[in-house]
Design a protein around this ligand. Structure first.
Ligand SMILES: [Fe+2]
Length: 442
């Protein structure tokens, strides 16, 4: 499930989410266009036919992402603040609302692939039109009005970045259905086999730490309130689990041994007939991996990805370890710079880690793959969802999902934070999700 954020309609009514990244309107408009243009760039190489396919209910067509992010700016900014604004096509409000009940009725999520109109070309015109209206509104806003709009504009920018990640993972799922194995981007994936750093556990003492976002820059409401949490002694693996290591689990019959699996996981494995990560296929006794650069042999040095929570948990049990809690992960991330293999590298695939003398003690914490934690996605103490449509952004999804941390090779570097809480149901595999092990220290 993609998360949304809360941005208050009236900043005085709430302390969350934070605004502003205190920029002038020119800086913020430049940022707006930069992010909007990146969505266009991601879809540049796609044919119109690619942009309308919905390969499963959770996947949205590229065209829908391009339109929905535009609807967000139109609904929560233009219709509220642009004097005399009239939507050119009122039905777009129904077609491109995702799940905001307070914003009106909406089209069914699982039927988005049946909508051939507006065309891709008309959707691009819709984007251009809303871009121009936002430009006009912000450019002509006085200081008071700009400060009112600013947090929602920032929220809309982050919202679009979330959908850029979904656009990438959704088109991967769409292309994976095609026996021609289409290529989204020619390969920037490295081919050199390298020596992977040995897995070691960095140890942390018991501590009471602050969890959640601090500072005045943007965050989603689910990263608040800042609060204290007791974290017992633990060890955290210095890197992600690789394909090679995961193959050992497969070859040890891990998918057929119920002792490693949660009951619901065991049921899912058998119902779905899972025998390997999503996008792996066995051809003539060898494992192949569908990537956004086409079909490739499984590289044992790359981080394993496209795993459900159930598989990550079963692997950890098999390995005699466990998944970290989100609080352990956040504590470990405190002193680590946010660097890694993000969408800006345009590799669209996780990269191997080779230890160098300059390597951090904990590597691959950011980028590459989202790391499953064993923490249920729950509200922090004191959390209250805001009233109104934007209050539906996060809070209503705090049920039956697990938290993931760190971002992936499809996440924007400017979107992720150390306190960022992504979340998905435990059986979902189409995001770039992987494993970092943890263990108790007695
Ligand atoms: Fe959305």
């Amino acid at each position: 499930m993609i998360q949304t954020a809360v941005a208050p309609k009236n900043r005085k009514a709430t302390a969350q989410p934070r605004s502003p990244e205190s920029s002038s309107y020119r800086d913020l408009l430049a940022r707006f266009h930069e992010v909007r243009n990146f969505s266009a760039k991601l879809s540049d190489n796609l044919a119109a036919e690619d942009c309308v396919v919905q390969s499963m209910p959770e996947v949205s067509p590229t065209k829908w992402h391009l339109a929905h992010t535009t609807w967000f700016f139109e609904t929560f900014i233009l219709k509220k603040w642009k004097t005399g604004y009239r939507d050119a096509v009122p039905e777009y409000a129904y077609l491109f609302n995702s799940y905001y009940n307070a914003a009106g009725a909406m089209h069914r999520r699982d039927l988005r692939g049946l909508i051939s109109r507006p065309t891709v070309e008309q959707t691009r015109k819709y984007r251009a039109s809303v871009n121009a209206d936002i430009d006009d509104l912000i450019t002509n806003a006085d200081e008071k009005l700009f400060r009112e709009i600013e947090p929602i504009l920032i929220l809309g920018i982050h919202h679009e970045q979330q959908h850029q990640e979904l656009l990438v993972t959704d088109i991967k799922h769409v292309f994976a259905q095609n026996p021609l194995y289409p290529v989204f981007r020619e390969s920037k994936i490295g081919n050199s086999r390298i020596d992977i750093a040995r897995m070691e556990f960095t140890e942390f003492d018991e501590a009471t730490i602050e969890i959640g976002h601090h500072g005045n820059d943007f965050c989603y409401d689910n990263e608040l309130p800042l609060h204290r949490a007791l974290v017992l002694p633990f060890g955290l693996a210095n890197r992600l689990i690789t394909n090679g290591e995961y193959l050992e689990f497969i070859n040890d019959n891990g998918y057929a041994r119920p002792e490693f699996w949660l009951s619901l996981g065991w049921q899912t494995v058998n119902e779905q007939n899972w025998r390997a990560p999503l996008y792996w296929t066995e051809l003539d006794g060898e494992w192949w991996n569908f990537t956004l650069s086409g079909l490739r042999k499984v590289d044992p040095t790359e981080p394993v990805t496209h795993l459900s929570y159930f598989e990550a948990d079963a692997y950890a049990n098999w390995a005699g370890a466990r998944l970290p809690t989100e609080f352990e992960w956040e504590r470990a991330a405190t002193k680590i710079d946010i660097e890694g293999n993000f969408v800006e590298t345009e590799q669209f695939h996780p990269a191997p880690f080779s230890k160098t003398p300059q390597s951090a003690e904990l590597a691959q914490m950011f980028g590459d793959v989202w790391e499953w934690t064993r923490s249920s996605y729950s509200p922090y103490p004191g959390y209250r969802a805001e009233p109104g449509a934007l209050g539906e952004y996060n809070g209503k999804f705090m049920c039956n999902q697990y938290v993931l941390r760190g971002g992936s090779c499809a996440t924007s570097r400017t979107h992720i934070r150390k306190t960022y809480r992504n979340f998905f149901q435990p059986d979902k595999r189409w995001q770039f999700t992987g494993i970092r092990l943890a263990r108790d220290l007695s």
